[in-house]
Design a protein around this ligand. Sequence first.
Ligand code: NDP
Ligand code: MG
Ligand code: MG
Length: 340
Amino acid sequence: MAKVYYDSDIQDEVLRNKKIAIIGYGSQGHAHAQNLRESGFDVVVGLRKGKSWEQAEQDGFAVKSVKEASEEADVIMVLLPDERQTQVYKEEIEPVLYPGKAIAFAHGFNVHFNQIVPPENVDVFLVAPKGPGHLVRRTYVEGAGVPALIGIYQDVTGEAKDVALAYSKGIGGSRAGVLETTFKEETETDLFGEQAVLCGGLTSLIKAGFETLTEAGYQPEVAYFECLHEMKLIVDLVYEGGLKGMRYSISDTAQWGDFVSGPRVVNEDTKKRMGELLKEIQSGQFAKGWVLENQANRPVFNAINASENQHPIEVVGEELRKLMPFVKKEKKEEEVAAYA
Ligand code: NDP
Ligand code: MG
Ligand code: MG
């Protein structure tokens, strides 16, 4: 089994005498900054003037421009949206990325696909929490943590891995477990997971089920509960006890249907198409499309987003959720929307 690092495996002195710049104060940024500070590390936040700047100041941080924060820091963690990183890096980070410093990321996309090419005389590493930023914060406060991956792309000081481990401990990652990976593996598996399973696979499965039922004349409210609302209840059981644990709780009728019908919906053909997605990720074809889409100001993204937001499942869902006050709308939506 792969080596999993926990708190007691990690010496964090190496990061104690360093200043950490957290660039960006969004989903991941606010969580890293606050967790590191509470773990006793020296944090400065780098931003442009705006909403996040005000928030970070309210939360008691020293906030500076990206360039100033990067200049005075030893470790620069880039937590801007992936599609913004290249430009901000070129203009404000690269000019002050002096030899011996470290630049770090929470996702390998830009480095792996050569959108950012750091100089050869700095450390480059990855600390990627495997969960939404708001949970990185919430679980830390609760005394727990979100598992994280670390990866070393360049190690010129000889201490890149120790710094990455110390950082992952500082944000609470090693309370849950830290695994070592590479930029390539993290980037490709992260993109694949969100496309084929977690986000794309899930939303397509939910919509296909909902549409099949409503097109056959069943009530949209019933279809919503069946295909969307109950998803969480089932996934919670899977999360706690694996597939077996979930199957223990459902009826034998449901389990029989799971065995004989599930593989008819998601089958060898589905896997073949998952393989195609993976190839497009590995070849850089997906990355190229996303980079170009952003350069064109997102015409396709915006069009699909507008039509998805009007899907009948969203219309009925909005009404039904109003009647379920225990579904804490604001908090959940903020956390879920922030998960990339
Ligand atoms: P967010 O979109 O939540 O954060 C954006 C932050 O960047 C905001 O504080 C925003 O400030 C700031 N920002 C945007 N543009 C600029 C700019 N030009 N100059 C200065 N600041 C700017 O990002 P995420 O936290 O979602 O993602 C950060 C990284 O973490 C990405 O690499 C992502 O892949 C990775 N990641 C994210 C996960 C998640 O849970 N979301 C999970 C794992 C990894 P303003 O208010 O001024 O717009
Ligand atoms: Mg991910
Ligand atoms: Mg991702």
